[in-house]
Design a protein around this ligand. Sequence first.
Ligand code: 5GP
Length: 202
Amino acid sequence: MSEGLLIIISGPSGAGKGTVCKELLSMNLPDLELSVSATTRKPRTGELEGISYFFKEKEEFVQMINQNEFIEYAQVYDNFYGTPRSYVQNKLDSGKDVILEIDIQGAMQVKKNNPEGVFVFIMPPSFEELKHRIISRGTDSHKDILKRLHEAYREVLLSRNYDYIVTNDDVKTAADKVRSIITAEKCKLQRTKIDYESYKED
Ligand code: 5GP
C-alpha cells in the first residue's frame, strides 16, 4: 500500500481555511481525513474533545514538545497548537490522505521536515473582506481582532513559500480547487509507482 498524501492548508486567520476544509471533507473524497491538533486554547461553544482539538493544559503540551511528539507546533496569539506526530503518521501509513489545517509558522516547519507535502495557501479575496470575516465571526476579543489584522500583511507575503494559492471568494469554488489539486498531485509521476516491467511484452 502506498503512503497517503500530506496536504497542508494554511493562510491568515479569517481567510476561511477552516470553512474550505469543512466543505472539502463534505465532498466525501475516498481516503481524505483531517488531522486533529492539540491546543492549550480553551474549547469554544460546541467544540468537542478529540474532534475539534485535543485540549491540553500548558504543562501537558510542554511535555509533549519535550518528548518530540509534534510534527510541528506554534504559538498562535496566546495559545499553543501542535500536530501530533504518531496520529498523522499512522494515518499516512494506512494510505489515508491527511489534511493539516494549521497556521503559517507551523506550515513552514512542516515544509522543512516534510518537503514532499502539498502546501496550499488560502488567500482572502481582499483585506476588507478579511476584516469583515474576522469581526463578524464574533469569537475573538477586540484585542485579538487587532492582532490578527496586524499580522495579516506579513502572513500574505509568506504565501510565496507555498505550492498553490487558492483565493477564497466562494467556499465551494475554493474547495473544488483544492480537490483538483489533490487529484493532480496523486497523479504526479514522482508519486506513482508504476511497474514498467509489467507492460513489456514477453
Ligand atoms: P483557532 O483557535 O481559531 O481554532 O485556531 C487559530 C489558528 O491556529 C488557526 O490559524 C489554525 O489554523 C491554527 N492551528 C490549528 N491547529 C494547529 C496546529 O496543529 N499547528 C499550528 N501551527 N497551527 C494550528
